[in-house]
Ligand binder design. Structure first.
Ligand code: ATP
Ligand code: HMH
Length: 509
């Protein structure tokens, strides 16, 4: 999914809690790419508004055109509009880029994006942010919006009625505004007296969707209205048409951020909400390595183990053909014991895999391990099994390797997949190098005593499965917390060590 571009058209708050500064944080927290056109520069802080500077309308239009001439716009949030001239300029720009029909009736060459209008009139401090004579112009802008988000005072001003004294009065007022202006209205209960802080989405046809919620005990509500409307714009851009969903998710985020507002110390008045509190808590501040980086680091990290493995007598004599037949059979016996346990661990991975794709992959790998490879070993071992007459016992090394995998498989999916990866990756790499004659050129000869065995390493399907396994494991590691990622690396490196021990257990000179 492309990240949606969300434009805020609003005034500023240099202390960062309201206006455009809050909008950009809210859009980012809501999953949008934030853009901002400034309608008014406001010298304000958490205590109040000191001065307002309104740049000339031509410059406002130049800002708006600079955005729309270049950037796809997926949603617009409109905040402080200051005066009639600003309202007229924004209205004209909206009509030019979107037509005057709103997003529900898009013209052939016009952009269709939802417009959320927060009809800002008065700051939380009580200072006016809209010229009183501009209320009529703002009313005329309503039909251009897809959603209006007035607080109780703004709702009263827009309907030219008295401020609602109760929630049911507010809902009735919202329904009248929605019907008269043919626009969705989010009636906000932030200014209600009492323990509840509900909001309600009222459609032009009178349909009401209520969002109940207890009031959060904090004095730090500066910029809640700005933040909510910008958050709705971002979420709506991600899921077009889902108005109730966008409101519900924005409220959940806003409430989490309000509840954490006391952890900020910004100013001596009504402070801002903590826009990124939940995201920081859940996501942390560390930059996670990419799957490609993890792949390179882990492979480099076991370079010494890989070099040791390749230098083992067993591998060297398998490559040059001088490997003792009895020692070869010893290896095959241990490998068959190992594979049965390994297949069980892979089946366990299928059981706990997070996606159907991964579930299927590990189940298929378990099947391949138990059927394909075991078949092969049985064919090799036919004689040896007859001579032994009883099931062979695992060596200490085979036990050690298997126990490592079994233990990892009890510590969650991420660690479990990391532990089985060397069995794919080192084996596939070693097999390819053996087949190619990289370890010893004699391995390529048809007269090589183990030619048939070596040919089994020439397996494109296993190479592809190895890539898939590397992809799943490194993706899981990239998404994991640093702690889990470190545990995954340890499980991987330990398994690589066991892989080396496994090849090294068969006496070979
Ligand atoms: N103390 C609170 N606890 C929970 N939710 C709150 C609280 N105060 C406000 N809200 C919520 O914050 C959002 C903004 O509501 P409010 O009615 O305060 O708008 P506003 O007056 O436009 O905001 P602003 O403070 O930015 O001017 C709404 O979703 C409202 O329910
Ligand atoms: C610029 C701006 N817009 C909106 C509000 C309302 O919170 C504010 N204080 N400042």
């Amino acid at each position: 999914m492309l990240t949606p571009n969300v434009l805020s058209i609003a005034g500023t708050d240099p202390t960062g809690g309201a206006g455009i500064q809050a909008d950009l944080k809210s859009i980012a927290a809501g999953g949008g790419y934030g853009m901002a056109v400034v309608t008014a520069l406001v010298a304000q802080n958490t205590r109040g508004v000191r001065a307002v500077h309104i740049p000339e309308a031509g410059f406002l239009r130049a800002q708006l055109d600079a955005v729309s001439d270049d950037v796809r716009i997926d949603a617009v949030k409109i905040g402080m509009l200051a005066n009639v001239e600003v309202i007229t300029t924004v209205t004209e720009w909206l009509q030019a880029v979107r037509g005057d029909a709103g997003s529900d009736r898009e013209g052939p060459t016009l952009a269709a994006f939802p417009v959320i209008l927060d009809p800002v009139m008065i700051a939380a401090s009580g200072d006016p942010l809209l010229a009183p004579e501009a209320v009529a112009a703002l009313r005329a802008l309503l039909p251009l919006a897809d959603l209006v988000t007035p607080n109780l005072h703004e709702l009263a001003a827009l309907t030219a009625e008295a401020v609602a004294g109760s929630w049911s009065e507010a809902l009735a007022q919202g329904a009248r505004l929605a019907a008269a202006s043919r626009v969705r209205v989010l009636v906000k209960g932030g200014h209600l007296a009492g323990a509840a802080a509900p909001d309600a989405l009222v459609a032009p046809d009178g349909t009401v969707t209520e969002f109940p919620g207890a009031r959060i005990a904090t004095p730090h509500t500066h910029g809640t209205g700005c933040s909510l409307s910008a958050g709705i714009a971002a979420r709506l851009a991600r899921a077009p048409g889902d108005w109730a969903g966008a409101v519900a998710r924005s409220r959940a985020w806003l409430r989490e951020s309000l509840a954490a507002a006391d952890q900020l110390r910004v100013g001596g008045g009504s402070g801002p909400l903590h826009h990124f509190f939940g995201l920081w808590e859940r996501g942390g501040l560390d930059t996670a390595p990419s799957p490609a980086t993890i792949r390179a680091e882990w492979w480099d990290g076991i370079a010494a183990i890989r070099a040791d493995t390749e230098a083992l007598g067993f591998i060297r004599t398998l490559a040059d053909g001088t490997l003792d037949r009895a020692h070869f059979l010893e290896y095959v016996v241990q490998d068959s014991i190992y594979l049965r346990a390994y297949a069980r661990v892979l089946a366990r991975l299928s059981e706990i895999a997070p996606s159907p794709e991964e579930q299927g992959f590990w189940a298929r790998s378990a099947h391949a391990a138990i059927m394909g490879e075991l078949e092969l070993h049985r064919a090799r071992l036919g004689d040896a099994d007859d001579r032994a007459g009883a099931a062979p016992l695992p060596s200490a090394t085979t036990n050690g390797y298997v126990n490592h995998l079994l233990a990892a498989s009890t510590r969650g999916y991420a660690e479990a997949v990391a532990a089985v990866l060397p069995c794919f990756w080192m084996y596939a790499d070693l097999g390819a190098r053996l087949v190619n004659g990289d370890i010893d050129a004699r391995a390529r000869s048809a007269q090589h005593p183990y030619a048939e065995w070596i040919a089994t390493y020439d397996n494109a399907e296993f190479a592809a499965d190895t890539e898939t396994a590397i992809g799943y494991v490194t993706a899981a590691a990239a998404a994991a917390t640093p702690e889990i990622r470190e545990r995954m690396w340890r499980a991987f490196a330990a398994a690589a060590g066991w892989e080396r021990e496994f090849f090294g257990q068969t006496p070979a000179r």
